[in-house]
Structure formats: C-alpha cells, structure tokens
Design a protein around this ligand. Structure first.
Ligand SMILES: [Zn+2]
Length: 287
C-alpha cells in the first residue's frame, strides 16, 4: 500500500509477506461455489483460484505519536505446520524503516488480537533468546484476548509456540497494558470491539469532527471475498456467529459513513471503501 493521509493521520503499511494461500472453500464456511465470479475480485485471486493474502502491520503517525498496529508473522518463528512461515526471514524491518521509523521510536503497539500472524514482530531472536522488538512501547491488548491465549494456547496447535516466543517476553518485561473498547489511545483514535474471529479482538476507529474517517479492521475480513459474502466465517473463527454479526454491522456502518477501512490481510492497496452491492459489498480501494 502506498502511504495514506487521512485528515491528520498518516498511515504506512509494513508488509511481511504476500501471496496465494488457499482456495475459498478451504478457509471459508458455507462459501458459494461461484463466490469469486465477480470482476472486481479478479486482482485478489491467483490463476489457480487461491486467495491472495497479505500479512502486514500498519504504522500510524499522529501528533508526534508512532503507533504500530499488529506485528505480522515475524522472523525465525517456530511454525512447523506452516513451512512457508517456519523460521522464515522477512523485509518487514526494512519496511518499517521506509516509513521513517526505528523500533525504538514506536511508542505504542496496538494488538488487535493474539493470533500468530499478528504477534510475530513483538519479539526478535537475539543470540538465541526472544527479546522485545519495541522496548520503549506500551503494548495494548484486550483483557479477554490476553487471558484466553495466555492460558489456552496449547489447545490450538496452529499457534505453535507463538505465545511463549512472542507474547510472554513482552509481558515478562512489563510492557503490556490492557485496553477496553471505548478507550481513546490517542486524540481521535478509539478502541472498538470486534469480537468473534478471536474472543477479544479489537480494532481502532479514527474520528475527526464527528466523522469516523478511518478504521483499522483487524481480521474483520481476511480477503475481499468476505465483503461480497459477509455471511462466510473462517475455520479459524472462535465464535463464527459473532464474527458474522460483527462483520455485517461494521461493513454497513463504514459503507454509510464512507470510512476508509485498512484491511490487514488484503494485498496491495488494502485501504478503501465498502460500497453496497448485491447481498454484500464491493471493495473499492483508495489509489
Ligand atoms: Zn490474521
């Protein structure tokens, strides 16, 4: 994504990786067979029908603050079930540098949820030991999310060792603060409840003069096909019914208000509008 300016807010994307993942039926429940037969979805699909997805973070600059939203997959992580992620390297830190930011300058890390593809860069490996990447930052997470994953991560093999490797060292260093929906983490930047995909998932909405100009959506959608078909939850959703209700409500709100949505897993120009279309919405990227 090219850098965006929304009112007083500047947004930069730090991409960890982008590429084809799965075909829709492998990841989305109840997805219609012809779900991707829409011209506007073509740029988001590989020739073999697999969904192209990004794994990335957003850097927000606002009133001298430097806020990082999510931490992608990271480097050197232990993901034996995902060979493409296992002990991989990444240009993510270089992309952070291209946003004009060093790790020491990040004052806030906002964690939408604690799935392993959002916590990777919380730590980096230093002589074999996992250490916090952002030692000067307060790390914000919801109570529900923190409690759930720090106590129950071993029940979910796909998480592998991401909680002990990425989250625990930050908690042990005393760098985590709990935030709740409704809290403002900066002027105009408010925490919103997006529970469903993960038990305590949260997002951010940026408001100026009473208008919600931008939304950081977390995993409200994983791919644009979920905008065309908001009724499709993923097989990773902890509460599929809640995930669907949250997605439908937020898409309707953001379409009505012409809010620019920043979509973590959309490839390329991932910021854009929801425009009502059929039983769902079309994604119209900002260019
Ligand atoms: Zn995700």
């Amino acid at each position: 994504m090219t850098p965006k300016t929304i009112g007083s807010l500047q947004v930069f994307a730090c991409v960890d990786s982008t590429g084809p993942t799965r075909v829709p039926a492998e990841m989305l429940k109840d997805v219609p067979a012809n779900a991707t037969a829409l011209d506007w979805l073509a740029p988001y699909l590989a020739a073999d029908g697999r969904m192209i997805m990004a794994y990335q973070s957003f850097v927000l600059k606002l009133d001298g603050r430097v806020i990082l939203v999510d931490c992608a997959i990271g480097e050197d992580g232990n993901f034996p079930a995902r060979p493409d992620w296992h002990e991989k390297k990444s240009n993510w830190l270089a992309h952070l540098g291209q946003a004009g930011v060093t790790p020491d300058q990040v004052d806030t890390v906002f964690l939408t949820h604690l799935h392993m593809d959002h916590t990777g860069w919380l730590t980096r490996k230093d002589v074999g030991e996992w250490v916090p990447t952002f030692p000067n930052a307060r790390h914000l997470v919801s109570q529900t999310e923190f409690d759930f994953w720090t106590t129950r991560h071993t029940e979910f093999p796909y998480m592998s060792t991401s909680i002990p490797d990425s989250v625990a060292p930050v908690a042990d260093a005393g760098l985590i603060d709990i935030v709740a929906p409704g809290a403002a983490i900066a002027e105009g930047l408010k925490v919103v409840d997006l529970a469903g995909h993960s038990p305590g998932m949260i997002g951010l909405e940026y408001t100026e003069q009473g208008s919600v100009l931008a939304a950081f959506n977390a995993d409200l959608m994983h791919h644009p096909v979920q905008m065309a078909h908001p009724q499709c939850a993923t097989m990773f959703c902890s509460d599929p019914e809640a995930a669907i209700a949250t997605r439908k409500a937020k898409l309707a709100q953001y379409a009505e208000a012409r809010t620019v949505m920043f979509n973590n897993h959309f490839p390329g120009e991932c910021a854009g509008h929801a425009v009502p279309s059929g039983d769902g919405f079309e994604f119209v990227p900002l260019t």
